[in-house]
Design a protein. Structure first.
Length: 325
């Protein structure tokens, strides 16, 4: 009887483990739609490639959109929602420069035609981001899917949760740790600045009035600062700047060389040299022995893609990414 009772207890324990395992794994897995929508990833990839043929600069905005989504309420597609009163994440100052929403809409529309009500908008964004990076000669990675869409978007949450280009290393580490990401994720994901543009207003303080005395940031290479001042006058509000000059169209490790030379565009880039672990990673990527960045980036993107996800019966699968059902 004792043996039978023990066997029964073990069986019940195993059943409980099976029940809670998806929750512990956050309900995400690579190939989540293999049976319910087998062509989902192919449809997303083809749509992204078509969009980037028309707009080769679209990769960076899509990557940034995913980052901004995950850091506010988790990766739940809340950045895609629109409210009539404009108090949504989209209208928060850091998100006003986001673009690429039409690409998300087009992918979602194609997926709704193929398998209605199956693929979430938050998963669309995750897949689209991977394919956009891969299209810029980056390395692909297995995207975990199975997210469901949130029903809430709040302008103030975007303002309070998103890191800024002016953050120091202590602030960056704290913000990333609050989302379950470590220093390695911080420096690796910062490498996303190898593509795309920043704008003059974000660095004017570094160039003209860093300490309030009309000076420039001492952590910025003087020659690079002089070159930037030629492009950005003190009142410039529009000029775009390549974040990885000469290589901003290619997803590669060249960003880390610029950071090591004190030529990172933002204070948050320069800050990576102010911590031993993040600095060590930066320097490792520029050694002749070879960079690990492309492989590492996929790993950190998977980590970021797990932040605050909704799975199972939580949330919903939106029919239109801009509105709740």
């Amino acid at each position: 009887m004792a043996a039978l009772a023990m066997a029964l207890s073990c069986f019940i324990f195993l059943q409980i483990l099976l029940l809670i395992a998806p929750t512990n794994a956050q309900g995400l897995k690579v190939g989540f739609y293999d049976k319910t929508c087998p062509k989902a990833e192919l449809i997303a990839k083809n749509s992204v490639l078509d969009a980037m043929k028309k707009d080769p600069k679209l990769g960076a905005p899509l990557l940034r959109m995913f980052f901004h989504d995950c850091f506010v309420r988790g990766c739940d597609g809340s950045v895609l929602l629109e409210l009539k009163n404009k108090q949504d994440e989209k209208n928060a100052a850091p998100n006003l420069s986001l673009r690429g929403f039409e690409t998300i809409d087009n992918v979602k529309a194609a997926l709704e035609k193929e398998c209605p009500g199956v693929v979430s908008c938050s998963d669309v964004l995750a897949l689209v981001t991977r394919d956009a990076v891969a299209a810029l000669y980056g390395q692909s990675w297995g995207v975990e899917t199975g997210r469901r869409d949130g029903k809430v978007t709040n302008i103030n949450e975007a303002l309070s949760n998103l890191p800024t280009p002016g953050d120091n290393i202590t602030s960056l580490i704290t913000q990333f740790q609050a989302k379950g990401l470590d220093k390695n994720d911080l420096v690796v994901l910062s490498g996303g600045h190898t593509i795309g543009h920043g704008h003059c207003p974000l660095i004017l303080n570094r160039l003209y009035n860093f300490t309030g005395k009309g000076d420039s940031d001492p952590n910025l290479d003087p020659n690079y600062a002089a070159a930037l001042r030629k492009k950005c006058k003190p009142t410039d509000t529009t000029t775009a700047l390549e974040m990885d000059p000469g290589s901003f169209k290619t997803f590669d490790e060249s960003y880390f060389k610029l950071v090591s030379q004190r030529r990172g565009l933002f204070q948050s880039d320069a800050a990576l040299l102010d911590n031993q672990e993040t600095k060590s990673y930066v320097l490792k990527q520029i050694k002749s022995s070879g960079s690990t960045f492309l492989k590492d980036f996929g790993v950190s993107m998977v980590n970021m893609g797990r932040i605050g996800v909704l799975t199972g019966q939580a949330g919903e699968v939106r029919k239109n990414c801009r509105n709740v059902n």
